[in-house]
Design a protein around this ligand. Structure first.
Ligand code: HEC
Ligand code: HEC
Ligand code: HEC
Length: 452
């Protein structure tokens, strides 16, 4: 008996030792001299390439946009990157750090090594394991040169003193021990290795989508412990703490990227709208703060990678692609849906769901109100986003192409669950759309999860 006990104890100690080693032995030398050494090496290499410091800062600013770092690290209306935004998780709230170079509350005393370790290993300056809400499984792929450019950019900002509140995660989930175990299960520092079988554009796209872009952080399903799928799993998922469904970027039923012309994918990421698609909710933020600022070549690369992935997936049909069961619509519901549409929606979305275009600030014509006919988001099997949109209304992203976007009013006070179900069924089944019927029960199920 004693020997069994001793054996169990030994196994536990060995496991604990492994978890500690796995998390804390990252081999990054964070002494100032090490950082200076590295910087010296890079400066000489950089001078050869006639790169100046300001080039590096500009490059860092560009990469920060590719990573949409500003969205999480800024409280709306306050100084960019000063941190303090609360991010909801099913386990409590996590507060994003102050990335400005303030000595007491930000990154003022950090060197490039500390910053690299945060992105690559998910550890803070003092060695603390960071909450994985910071998508460091993705930023881990970022190259050393790109991490240094990002660091140069953040250090060039004006310091802002802002004390970030402590996380309020449920005990024991917020402890370092819990983070360590979680990381040993789900996190491994990663490196991007180009696929020699693929084109340079595909590889550049893969680097941006899987790394800084962290598209899979929203577009992949999460398990009960909050872990998302692989860095390149884009099979769709409900966002944790929000009630938005980030659709599968691989599925022919959802975003249909396999058959969307490349130029339309580029356009969607650049302007927020394209024939058959229109971004909203959290994706509007991604376009507004992130993708619209990327170069044509980088967007083309991302589109190339996304489309190639979707085309491979197309050859392996999944359960998700099975058509939804058709439920009959009662005459009363059909009439109610049509009447609500005519009274409350048609003035913007058009009698035939064709949407409406207007003359934009730059003199060209552009869509102001999205078409609902032939719109992928309208017929998607998952209805969360439609209910979110109808309840709270919303805005399209502010972009260079559309500096003053049009809005949709909230219907939270005027439409019941029943009305929402009827009008959604109407737009999903008119004008050639072939979406499934929505019931009052379906709408209610989404609305109980809505944050008030
Ligand atoms: C989804 C939200 C989110 C995004 C996007 C995000 N971060 Fe963060 N980040 C966080 C949160 C939350 C923390 C705090 C984690 C903690 O304290 O445990 C954090 C922490 C950090 C830290 C560690 C700071 C410290 O004091 O230890 C660095 C550095 C950082 N982020 C850089 C970035 C960069 C660079 C980007 C863009 C490429 C980025 N983050 C994008 C949420 C985000
Ligand atoms: C913060 C979460 C989040 C991140 C990060 C994110 N998305 Fe999304 N995305 C969403 C949500 C939610 C939707 C559904 C709403 C909509 O249709 O716009 C969406 C929709 C989309 C659509 C479909 C738009 C349509 O209407 O057909 C595409 C394409 C897309 N995302 C691509 C990307 C790419 C590429 C990235 C990485 C650069 C990315 N997303 C990153 C949340 C996110
Ligand atoms: C004042 C004009 C206006 C009215 C009225 C209006 N909408 Fe909208 N709608 C918009 C705008 C602008 C957007 C794009 C911004 C956004 O997604 O919130 C939009 C977006 C949508 C979307 C999302 C499309 C997509 O591609 O993701 C749906 C669905 C929708 N509206 C349905 C309705 C329904 C149903 C009604 C009536 C109950 C309605 N709208 C009334 C202006 C309007």
């Amino acid at each position: 008996m004693k020997r069994v006990f001793a054996l169990i104890l030994a196994v536990c100690v060995a496991l604990a030792a492994w978890v500690v080693w796995d998390n804390f032995a990252d081999g990054v030398d964070t002494r100032d001299e090490a950082a200076a050494e590295l910087a010296r090496g890079q400066t000489s290499a950089a001078t050869d390439a006639t790169h100046t410091v300001s080039d590096r800062v500009a490059q860092g600013a560009y990469l920060a946009r590719a990573g949409n770092c500003v969205s999480c690290h800024t409280v709306a209306g306050q100084a960019p990157y000063a941190g303090g935004r609360a991010l909801d998780t099913p386990f409590g709230k996590v507060y994003a750090s102050n990335l400005t170079p303030d000595v007491d509350t930000g990154l003022g005393t950090w060197n490039a090594q500390h910053f690299w370790r945060a992105l690559h290993h998910g550890r803070s300056k003092d060695g603390r394991l960071l909450a994985p809400v910071f998508p460091y499984n993705h930023t881990s792929l970022v190259t050393r040169a790109d991490a240094d450019a990002l660091f140069a950019y953040f250090q060039s900002l004006a310091p802002v003193a802002n004390v970030v509140p402590a996380h309020t995660l449920r005990w024991p989930l917020g402890t370092q021990a819990a983070f360590a175990v979680w990381r040993s299960m789900y996190f491994k520092p990663a490196q991007f290795t180009a696929d020699a079988q693929q084109s340079p554009a595909w590889n550049r796209g893969a680097y941006l989508v899987q790394g800084l872009g962290h598209c899979a952080a929203c577009h992949s399903p999460r398990d009960n412990l909050g872990a998302s799928g692989d860095l390149d799993d884009m099979s769709g998922g409900l966002m944790p703490g929000a009630n938005w469904y980030a659709p599968s970027l691989l599925s022919a039923q959802e975003t249909q990227l396999a058959t969307t012309p490349l130029t339309d994918i580029v356009r969607l990421l650049q302007t927020g709208s394209a024939p058959k698609a229109w971004v909203n909710g959290p994706m509007a933020e991604v376009v507004q703060n992130g993708t619209q600022h990327l170069t044509e070549a980088d967007l083309q690369a991302m589109a190339t990678y996304l489309q190639a992935r979707a085309q491979v997936a197309l050859r392996e049909p999944t359960e998700q692609d099975a058509p939804a069961p058709v439920r009959k619509v009662s005459l009363r519901s059909a009439q109610n849906g049509a009447a609500i549409y005519k009274d409350q929606c048609a003035q913007c979305h058009g009698d035939q769901g064709q949407g409406q275009s207007v003359v934009l600030a730059n003199g060209t014509r552009g869509m102001a109100y999205p078409p609902l006919a032939g719109n992928r988001a309208v017929v998607m099997p998952q209805i969360s986003n439609l209910v979110q949109n109808l309840t709270y209304g919303g805005f399209s992203p502010v972009t260079h192409a559309q500096p003053q976007p049009f809005g949709m009013p909230p219907f939270v006070l005027t439409l019941s669950d029943r009305d929402m179900a009827d009008v959604l069924t109407h737009i999903r089944q008119q004008w050639g759309n072939t979406g499934s019927t929505v019931t009052e029960f379906d709408v209610g199920r989404v609305r109980v999860l809505q944050v008030h």
